[in-house]
Design a protein around this ligand. Structure first.
Ligand code: PDD
Length: 282
């Protein structure tokens, strides 16, 4: 498996960074995860725009322009011997003596890794997953895709500890998102999701789901969602590039709706898979 590190393509086992990299020392960096279908990066421009937003958010100059990124990414994709990939991109503030202040004149560290994309099987989708809720105790800049994911990791582990797939986060009585996904709510046939804000990361999958809802006349609303609405939902979904659309059938041990993936989840799953075949792989 070849990876990309600071201008070079090399085997994963040969890629190494100095221990004083600020990504290692401080978690001082940002990342992206781009799904690749049939060797084609999905919505690369949107992912690179989100990366730019994250870099701006941490005041780190983008080491490459769009074309520079595209070239390197396509090269890395072509080097793999599997065609559906999960492409991880990480940029850190580089290597410098440990000091909180930004170092001057230091080149950022750029690392990219392409791994086989593992999505849920039809059987897993048909079964759905369980989730737990937790207070969203992250910082107030969750729209930055920061590599410092300690809070997300601790929150996700609360779900893992009870054999669930995700932690649904609530802040001040309102839904934010999952530890590594966005959360949609369905009530009486209406699909709802919180609006983009500094309290969550707006997923590329989130955008696709809303576009598919609009294109297929599925009633949908982008607005704040209360904890009561989450607990009273007919359907709950988690969405991400790797999980795609996954129905949450149990929340805090209580069945969501009928306790099986609901009709709208099944419909959206069909639309998403068709979209994947016709658009993402095209
Ligand atoms: N994470 N919110 C959070 C906190 C996330 O970590 C993710 C995805 C999303 C969904 O974004 P997208 O639809 O673009 O995948 C929302 C990725 C999968 C990860 O960290 O591995």
């Amino acid at each position: 498996m070849s990876v990309y590190l600071n201008g070079r393509f090399l085997p994963l086992a040969e890629a190494s960074i100095p221990v004083l990299d600020r990504g290692f020392i401080f978690g001082d960096g940002v990342y992206e995860l781009v799904p690749v279908y049939s060797n084609k990066p999905f919505r690369l421009a949107e992912h690179l725009r989100r990366l730019q937003g994250s870099l701006d958010g941490i005041r780190l100059a983008n080491p490459h322009d769009l074309e520079g990124w595209r070239e390197r990414i396509l090269q890395l994709i072509a080097l793999q011997d599997f065609s559906d990939q999960s492409l991880y991109i990480q940029v850190t503030r580089g290597v410098a003596p440990r000091d909180h202040a930004f170092p001057k004149g230091v080149a950022p560290t750029v690392f990219m890794l392409a791994q086989p994309l593992v999505t849920a099987t039809p059987a897993q989708k048909a079964a759905g997953v369980c989730a737990v809720t937790a207070v969203d105790n992250r910082w107030l800049r969750c729209n930055i895709k920061a590599i410092s994911l300690l809070a997300n990791i601790l929150l996700r582990q609360q779900a893992t500890d009870v054999d669930c797939a995700e932690t649904v986060m609530l802040r001040d009585g309102f839904l934010t998102e999952g530890a590594a996904s966005n959360i949609f709510v369905v009530k009486d046939g209406v699909l709802r999701v919180p609006p983009p804000s500094n309290l969550m990361l707006t997923g590329i999958t989130y955008d696709v789901v809303l576009e598919l809802a609009a294109a297929n006349d599925i009633p949908h609303e982008v607005r704040a969602i209360s904890e009561a609405e989450v607990r009273d939902a007919d359907e709950l979904w988690m969405t991400s590039s790797t999980k795609e659309i996954m129905a949450i059938v149990k929340l805090d041990g209580v069945p969501v709706g009928d306790g099986v993936p609901g009709p709208l989840a099944q419909r959206m799953e069909g639309l998403y898979q068709t979209f994947k075949q016709q658009v993402m792989r095209a």
